[in-house]
Design a protein around this ligand. Structure first.
Ligand SMILES: [Zn+2]
Length: 227
């Protein structure tokens, strides 16, 4: 589903993967739960493209619903893979980058069951991303360090198109954008800092890991009090 020309949202996958089209090939942001690789490759085929057209896979953070398809997509497409240092270590260890908080909510119980049942294959990503680094995507896609949801979470921002990919550092619903969901937030203060940092970028379009794409986003960022 086209968000704007050259940016597609791939529907029917938890969490939302985004596919970006550049003259040199395709870039995928996040890879959904395990087995999402088949849906992603079907979507690419539906665009009249081949698996080898996928040149890059960028991971916002190492939660299972963002890295599930990573191992097999790397194997099938040969795409270059990218993550921050902290999240890359978690992917290499096959373990989450932060503990799931104690306390019982239905969401935590479900997450624990899912993570016992579906385990990601550990793997080494090809390149470590740093804050401020610019990838050759969409005329320059900037890495924005957005810790809080997880310790090494990153977002991606295209100044040229004014599009932000915040991963799980912000999620959306009918009312607009919200910060990282409390039950799955590693550090609330850092998560709030990350929301403020991203609001200051002034993106027009926000493509979150969960919930619908938000357009005319400037006024829809969550209000986070300055500490
Ligand atoms: Zn997450």
């Amino acid at each position: 589903m086209e968000v704007i020309p050259n940016i597609h949202y791939i529907p029917g996958i938890i969490a939302n993967p985004y596919l970006i089209i550049d003259p040199d090939g395709l870039t995928l942001i996040d890879t959904g739960l395990p087995d999402s690789d088949k849906k992603i490759l079907n979507y690419i085929a539906g665009m009249g493209r081949s698996p080898a057209d996928l040149k890059r896979i960028v991971i916002t953070h190492s939660d299972l619903d963002h890295i599930g398809g990573l191992y097999s997509l790397k194997k099938i497409t040969g795409a270059r893979t990218y993550a921050s240092n902290i999240e890359a270590k978690a992917i290499a260890n096959g373990k989450p980058s932060r503990p799931i908080k104690s306390g019982l909510t239905m969401r935590r119980v479900l997450m624990s069951i899912v993570s016992l049942w579906m385990k990601p294959r550990p793997m080494q990503v090809d390149e470590i991303l740093k804050d401020g680094q610019v990838l050759p995507v969409l005329g320059g896609l900037r890495v924005v360090e957005t810790a809080g949801h997880t310790p090494g979470h990153i977002s991606l921002f295209s100044p040229k198109l004014s599009v932000l990919f915040p991963g799980d550092s912000m999620v959306s619903d009918d009312k607009g954008l919200q910060g990282s969901r409390p039950a799955v937030t590693w550090d609330r203060a850092k998560a709030d800092d990350s929301v403020r940092k991203q609001a200051a970028l002034g993106a027009r379009i926000v493509c979150p890991g969960h919930g619908p794409v938000v357009t005319d986003a400037q006024d829809k960022f969550p209000k986070v009090d300055t500490p």
